[in-house]
Design a protein around this ligand. Structure first.
Ligand SMILES: Cc1cc2nc3c(=O)[nH]c(=O)nc-3n(C[C@H](O)[C@H](O)[C@H](O)COP(=O)(O)OP(=O)(O)OC[C@H]3O[C@@H](n4cnc5c(N)ncnc54)[C@H](O)[C@@H]3O)c2cc1C
Length: 390
């Protein structure tokens, strides 16, 4: 079976690996001219580690990733708002949580794909997708190439997915009223004595720091905003300093010591969940199908899960694409919808601009039963995966 994959992000590359490992013939097309990755870093929760293990890259990922032990919530005044024991989540899901820079994850996945004799075809921007019969689809690239295949997998991300447009008739993501500046901090000296995620909560503002090693971290500073504005890299540091100059020292340290070329600014969008993910012989996966806000902490993890599930579904129903796609959607829709809605719920609380709401939110956080929260997260994230739950 010949499969064409559109987009070489986490979803596209991991799906290419999973399909090649099952003997499918795979082509993968990417609009960029060379390897790139959005975002600074990700936490790969145990559900992602499970998939990375099945793809045969978990050891490589572990070699460059941090092993976060807890997620510590703090107020802007440095009050302890409680901590999530990440070890407990790992225990319930029998796999590790790992913090990693995006560029490292992408390099490891691409290196694995290359060992399977698949090269990404860079410089291929999908312009249009058309139905040529009631079952077949053709992909048109800006460079004039036309591609058809037995299966087309749309993994072209959240902002303007051509696959989503083909399936749903529209592809506009929803702006959720927040900006994130994200960055990678690297130091010659060891800064972090342990790999603990620090999550600082303000009023309509938030700053998270995720160490990946003793001298390296990625971070995200977020603020509520009513509309999409400008993106001028030269101003990013000034913008950040304007908001976070009186925040605790680690926050100021991240901003001050991250070079401006390592900072990006993102107006945060997600997608309203949609129940139909396929049309003809095309199915969409990853952010194209179910982009959640970063507050879900699960976007890349769910992209990896998609890879494992779609490869299994196509292997199980090689002669009936409709059945394979329906099975895939049935496995993935409810879980990814829950994750999208959880991301929205947390964002609404974290970026709330009402002082009294935030005071009560912080008080409630101190009273949180974090053990129960860890078990709840493990149960949601472990759904439809054969990982040990105790
Ligand atoms: C600030 C931020 C922080 C995040 N933090 C986390 C986290 O901690 N944990 C986590 O699990 N997730 C996180 N995420 C989410 C995660 O980054 C995404 O969910 C994940 O990258 C989705 O992978 P994808 O392959 O579907 O999409 P993408 O990574 O966006 O890849 C899509 C690919 O398709 C290509 N493409 C797009 N259009 C075309 C076209 N027309 N033709 C050809 N190619 C095309 C793009 O160039 C890109 O390479 C975060 C996201 C953001 C924005």
């Amino acid at each position: 079976m010949k499969v064409a994959i559109l987009g070489a992000g986490v979803a596209g590359v991991s799906t290419a690996i999973a399909l090649r490992q099952k003997g499918f013939h795979v082509s993968i097309y990417e609009r960029h001219e060379k390897q790139s990755s959005i975002g600074a870093g990700v936490v790969l929760w145990p559900n992602a580690s499970f998939v990375l293990g099945r793809l045969g890259v978990l050891d490589e990922v572990k070699a460059v990733a941090g092993r976060p032990t807890k997620m510590q919530r703090l107020s802007v005044q440095n009050d302890d708002l409680g901590a999530l024991d990440i070890g407990l989540i790992n225990h319930h899901m029998a796999h590790p949580s790992l913090s990693i820079l995006r560029r490292d994850l992408q390099s490891i996945l691409i290196a694995k794909l290359n060992t399977l004799n698949v090269s990404i075809q860079y410089g291929h921007t999908v312009e249009d997708i058309k139905a040529i019969t009631s079952e077949q689809t053709e992909v048109y690239f800006q460079n004039g190439l036309r591609v058809s295949a037995d299966v087309i997998i749309g993994a072209d991300g959240r902002m303007a997915s051509t696959a989503r447009h083909f399936v749903c008739g529209e592809h506009a993501p929803v702006f959720q009223g927040m900006i994130n500046w994200i960055g990678v901090f690297e130091s010659e000296n060891d800064i972090f004595s342990e790999i603990v995620v620090s999550d600082y909560w303000g009023i309509g503002e938030r700053f998270g720091i995720v160490p990946v090693a003793a001298n390296k971290a990625y971070w995200a500073g977020g603020v509520a905003c009513d509309q999409i504005g400008t993106r001028e890299p030269a101003n990013y540091k000034t913008e950040l300093t304007g908001i976070f100059s009186d925040w605790p020292e680690p926050v100021r340290q991240m901003i001050e010591h991250t070079p401006v070329h390592q900072i990006n600014k993102i107006y945060l969008h997600d997608h309203d969940p949609t129940p139909i993910w396929h049309r003809n012989n095309l199915i969409m996966i990853g952010d194209a199908a179910h982009a959640p806000l970063p507050t879900s902490g699960q976007g890349a993890c769910q992209a990896l899960e998609d890879a494992w599930h779609i490869a299994n579904c196509l292997e199980t129903f090689p002669d009936n694409l409709y059945q394979a796609f329906e099975k895939f959607t049935a496995l993935r829709l409810a879980k990814t919808t829950s994750i999208t809605m959880a991301g929205r719920g947390l964002a609404a609380s974290l970026f709330n601009r009402d002082k009294e709401f935030c005071r009560l939110r912080n008080e409630n956080s101190k009273q949180t039963d974090f053990e129960k929260a860890a078990v709840g997260m493990a149960h949601l994230w472990g759904q439809h995966l054969p990982i040990l739950m105790t």
